[in-house]
Design a protein around this ligand. Structure first.
Ligand code: DAK
Length: 258
């Protein structure tokens, strides 16, 4: 396994767990942590023993945004050349489901990272925001786009233009997170959900993730076309035969990923 300096990596049965680990900076996302996060995600994505991943921080912060100290004196050209945004783009290429387990601050680039995941489990102490306006900028890694699709225009405008922060319960009401659970159990809940998904039919999970994400990115007609071809394709898999046969025979299916 790689030697990382800003993340901790573990496996829990078929789940890969990545902990952001810069507690002294509330897990602010600098170039190193983004690079290491991507390396770990890609490594889990290529590992047949892994079926889903969880990204978490610690109780105080998932991540308080991009590292302001690293970018404060940067010119536009230096920002472009550092190209941290491609790290966010690469997360979109991960084929297995990723769950964000969020507690405490989830701000700016941290919220953009959580929204790049497929699901978010929030602790009761989680706080979501896009405070870039306080720094004289706007979100740069999907915070105006994914956020608006998730919570709608009205709430997104307040968050982006006036630093409105959503406590966990409000984030749930507005559809930003899947569920809110006690601080003591948020990571275990995320791992449990990931384990359940990791034990499901791998090809169907992969195509299901891609098709739901396509709904975010495309016109309805294109998304429906992609969904339909993936649906037909799955009828060429052994898992579909096994899954339906098992239903008919009233037994638990055994998945092959083939
Ligand atoms: N960056 C660097 N250090 C940070 C940080 C951050 N985002 N957030 C916190 N820290 C550091 C603090 O400086 C402090 O360090 P020391 O002073 O002890 O050395 C330590 O973490 C603890 O923070 P506080 O002492 O401030 O803790 P409090 O509990 O008092 O306050 C807070 C918590 C979360 C309210 C506060 O720390 C805060 O307001 N943090 C900044 C939040 C923020 O503005 N986040 C948005 C950052 S901008 C890009 C795409 C996207 C982005 C950038 C580029 N590309 C296209 C290339 C994203 C931009 C952003 O996310």
């Amino acid at each position: 396994m790689e030697d990382y300096s800003t993340i901790l990596v573990e496996t829990h049965q078929r789940v890969g767990l990545i902990r952001l680990n810069r507690p002294e900076a509330l897990n602010a996302l600098n170039a190193t942590i983004l690079k290491e996060l991507n390396t770990a995600l890609q490594s889990f994505d290529g590992d047949e023993g892994i079926g889903a991943m969880v990204i978490t921080g610690d109780e105080r912060a998932f991540a308080a945004g991009a590292d302001i100290k690293e970018m404060a004196d940067s010119s536009a050209v230096e920002m472009l050349q550092r190209d941290n945004i491609s790290a966010f783009d690469r997360i979109m290429e991960i084929t297995k489901p990723i769950i964000a387990a969020v507690s405490g601050w989830c701000l700016g680039g941290g919220n953009e990272l959580a929204m790049s995941c497929d699901m978010i489990i929030a602790s009761e102490s989680a706080k979501f925001g896009q405070p870039e306006i306080n720094l004289g900028v706007i979100p740069g890694a999907g915070g105006t786009q994914r956020l608006t699709r998730a919570v709608g225009k009205a709430v997104a405008m307040e968050m982006v233009l006036n630093n409105r922060t959503l406590p966990a319960r409000e984030a749930l009401e507005h559809g930003l997170v899947n569920r809110v659970v006690p601080v003591e159990t948020y990571l275990e809940e995320a791992l449990k959900l990931a384990r359940e998904i990791a034990d499901r039919a791998p090809l169907a999970v992969r195509f299901g993730k891609a098709a739901v994400n396509r709904a975010f990115e495309s016109a309805l007609r294109d998304g429906l076309a992609e969904e339909r071809s993936a649906f037909y394709f799955l009828f060429s898999s052994q898992d579909q035969k096994e899954g339906m046969q098992a239903f008919v025979e009233k037994r638990k299916p055994t998945w092959q990923g083939k």
